[in-house]
Design a protein around this ligand. Structure first.
Ligand code: ADP
Ligand code: MG
Length: 674
């Protein structure tokens, strides 16, 4: 459990406390009480029920009423342990049973009243016990005994890690006090002050580290100046633009141009919901770089996407004298050699690729801009390697369609500037999302048939938790067969992770060209594929997808002018969480709203993309989903410090810088957070 020393134990904080300051009378109990504590005696035991329902019932009284204590196993042990003549304090969740007219508590916690005196009861800590440890008999109670002993016997105080002026100015609880109150607060208010102090400190040092890096980078790393708006950009803008830019697209291009001409390196995150038109923005920014004598490169997470980008760019650019090339793992032999040479000689203006682009032998003549599309598929180390592709590091633009809630972005990409496309191109009809039980397939098929007869195309997506899981593949194969039988008049494509890249690609292309009407696939299509004629997205086993993923998938439709539909297919039995997820999906199309909900649901650790973020987010007390406000405060405080002591020489700030170094929060290499 990572506990090696008393210090580790002291920092092993409980995940919750239960208020045990109050003892209730049985006649006071109501059905909505989460936990109660009563004091009394067991009058008698009785074995009730049969087979698996057999249980031991202890009739318990406090002189003001009767309740039943219930155990389903270990009944012999219970009888020996809890004697009829002794007085106990019983703790648990009361449930009301109308047919007995009594409350009962299943598997109550029981303490000897002579040992557990009222004065030693307070807020009782509950510690997380890993399953393995629990199996070996470790319980929260055991840890409680250990921490209790520790804090009673410990004579030293935990050293303060913030300067005195800081603690006083923000009226924080001292560190020693805070650590103790985290385990044994006498009242709820002390607990909240203690956790506030520790969360703030934790988040503050993260923010201080981020801001220190960002200011260092501004001071030390120069960017390639791109002051010119030249013929390529202007020619494209005036003669080749297939539609007018949305206001948001115009704004973000301006923001990026401001970065690129500033003499500093651009490090920007472009957030825009699926379908908001990021590709076009990317092209415009690349043209700016080209106008300044530089090469540009855009990386996509998959080969299919890279190829789509290539085609899109070539189409957009038409007859403009620009050379756009593709480099993926599939470009081999002579062709590859030719592309590499043309890159090194500077003949290629725009390179479109996958991560193959950042492999070492790929040399540019003068790489000035790197765009990473759908960033969450790119590892941190991969991104860091970009920096070595030119003497002066290229400008970096990261584009993502997974909206990141503000507080999370502030922490994960704290030093990146953020641009947001908050507007969809005109004429889009909001996608209609509906929930469908899988037993009602016929009506679903009718809907699909209608759409295809009107000339539309349909995605049917199956979940795949691990690409190797045979069962998942079987699901997809069965689904494919069923659909083939249901729609003998249509042509179907099938794509999954086990297929060879070339095969997969060929199938995708067939669908993209409209040769097949229904594409049955696993989540390989999740990111970025653009088939505007597709208007129906059927998601099978929707209960197995997270919110962010569902939203991404849904974003594959609704790209044309037609009304589009997203159909979430599930079984009948759904958990409350799943129902909430599905409800959110049917209620909103707004990616940011969904991202916030997702963060609340799952906690930031599980969010797609955060594992690779490069910021080691080992948060002990703070929770990015719940503590957004504290993140903001920590950010403001850190900014004040960075601005007040830019040279890091003022004595009153020395403790802060020293602590930051101790925590190692300032040691990341810059590449890892771009
Ligand atoms: P994403 O942001 O998800 O990458 P895309 O760049 O693929 O979105 O754009 C989605 C679709 O919208 C594409 O078909 C694109 O051509 C189209 N599009 C982009 N910008 C505009 C615009 N300003 N007006 C109309 N359509 C646009
Ligand atoms: Mg895209």
């Amino acid at each position: 459990m990572g506990i090696h020393t008393c210090g580790d134990l002291a920092l092993y904080f409980p995940f919750k406390h239960l208020d045990r300051t109050r003892v209730y009378y049985i006649h006071e109990l109501t059905a909505d009480m989460p936990f109660v504590q009563i004091r009394g005696r067991i009058l008698s035991y009785e074995v009730m029920g049969e087979g698996r329902k057999q249980r031991l019932v202890g009739h318990f009284t406090d002189g003001h009423g009767l309740i039943d204590l219930v155990w389903f196993n270990a009944t012999k042990w219970v009888r020996e342990q809890y004697r009829e003549e002794k007085e106990y304090i019983v703790f648990g969740r009361p449930q009301y049973y109308p047919n007995t007219g009594r409350f009962s508590i299943t598997h109550p916690e029981i303490d000897d009243a002579a040992v557990l005196t009222l004065s030693s009861m307070g807020m009782q800590p509950y510690y997380t016990i890993p399953v393995k440890a629990a199996k070996r008999g470790l319980s929260s109670r055991t840890i409680e005994r250990l921490t209790n002993t520790l804090f009673h016997q410990l004579e030293e105080r935990f050293p303060e890690t913030l300067p005195t002026w800081f603690v006083e100015r923000y009226r924080l609880m001292g560190r020693d006090e805070a650590i103790r109150h985290m385990h044994y607060p006498q009242q709820a208010e002390l607990l909240s002050r203690a956790s506030y102090r520790l969360k703030l400190e934790e988040l503050f040092y993260i923010q201080l580290g981020i801001l220190k890096l960002a200011t260092d980078r501004q001071k030390e790393v120069h960017g390639i100046p791109c002051p010119r708006v030249g013929t390529m950009f202007l020619d494209f803008y005036h003669h080749h633009l297939p539609f007018t830019l949305t206001g948001a697209q115009q704004r973000v291009v301006k923001e990026m141009h401001a970065d690129m001409k500033s003499g500093r390196q651009m490090n920007r995150l472009l957030q825009g919901d699926v379908g908001s038109g990021k590709t076009l923005v990317a092209l415009l920014v690349m043209l700016l770089a080209i106008d300044n004598g530089l090469q540009a490169c855009i990386m996509a997470p998959t080969e299919i996407l890279a190829e789509q980008h290539l085609e899109t760019f070539r189409q957009f650019l038409g007859d403009m004298p620009l050379r756009v090339e593709l480099l993926t793992g599939m470009v081999k032999g002579k062709r590859r050699k030719a592309v590499l040479e043309a890159l090194a000689s500077g003949e290629v203006h725009i390179l479109v690729g996958t991560h193959a682009v950042i492999e070492d032998p790929v040399e540019f003549r003068n790489l000035g801009l790197v765009i990473i599309d759908e960033q969450h598929r790119f590892g941190v180390a991969q991104r860091a390697r970009l920096w070595r592709k030119n003497v002066v590091p290229p400008h970096v633009l990261v584009m993502t369609a997974t909206p990141i809630p503000r507080t999370l972005a502030m922490t994960l990409y704290g030093d990146l500037d953020v641009s947001v496309i908050n507007e969809l191109p005109p004429g889009r009809k909001p996608i209609l999302t509906v929930h469908h039980y899988d037993s009602h397939r016929l009506t679903l098929y009718d809907g699909i048939r209608k759409q295809v007869r009107q000339g539309r195309q349909v995605y049917v997506v199956y979940p795949l938790i691990r690409e190797s899981e045979k069962l998942d593949l079987k699901n997809l194969e069965d689904g494919y067969d069923t659909l083939c039988q249901a729609f003998p008049e249509f042509r179907l494509s099938k794509v999954h992770g086990r297929m060879k890249a070339a095969e997969k690609d060929a199938e995708m292309q067939r669908f993209a060209r409209g040769e097949t009407q229904i594409l049955v696939s696993t989540t390989v299509i999740e990111v970025g594929v653009n088939v505007p004629n597709a208007s129906v997205m059927v998601i099978e086993n929707a209960e197995r997808f997270g919110l962010a993923q569902l939203h991404q998938l849904r974003g594959r439709v609704g790209r044309g002018a037609e009304q589009s539909y997203c159909i979430l297919v599930t079984g009948y039995e759904l958990s409350t969480d799943t129902r909430r997820r599905i409800q959110i999906m049917t209620e909103t199309n707004d990616g940011f709203e969904i991202a916030e909900a997702d963060l609340k649901f799952r906690g930031p650790g599980d969010l797609e993309g955060t594992q690779q973020s490069g910021t080691a987010l080992e948060l002990r007390v703070a929770n990015l989903a719940r503590d957004g406000q504290i993140v903001q405060q920590a950010r403001d405080m850190a900014r004040e410090v960075v601005e007040a002591d830019p040279e890091r020489t003022r004595p009153e700030y020395a403790v802060l810088w020293q602590r930051l170094a101790e925590l190692g929060k300032d040691k990341q290499d810059w590449g890892s957070i771009s």
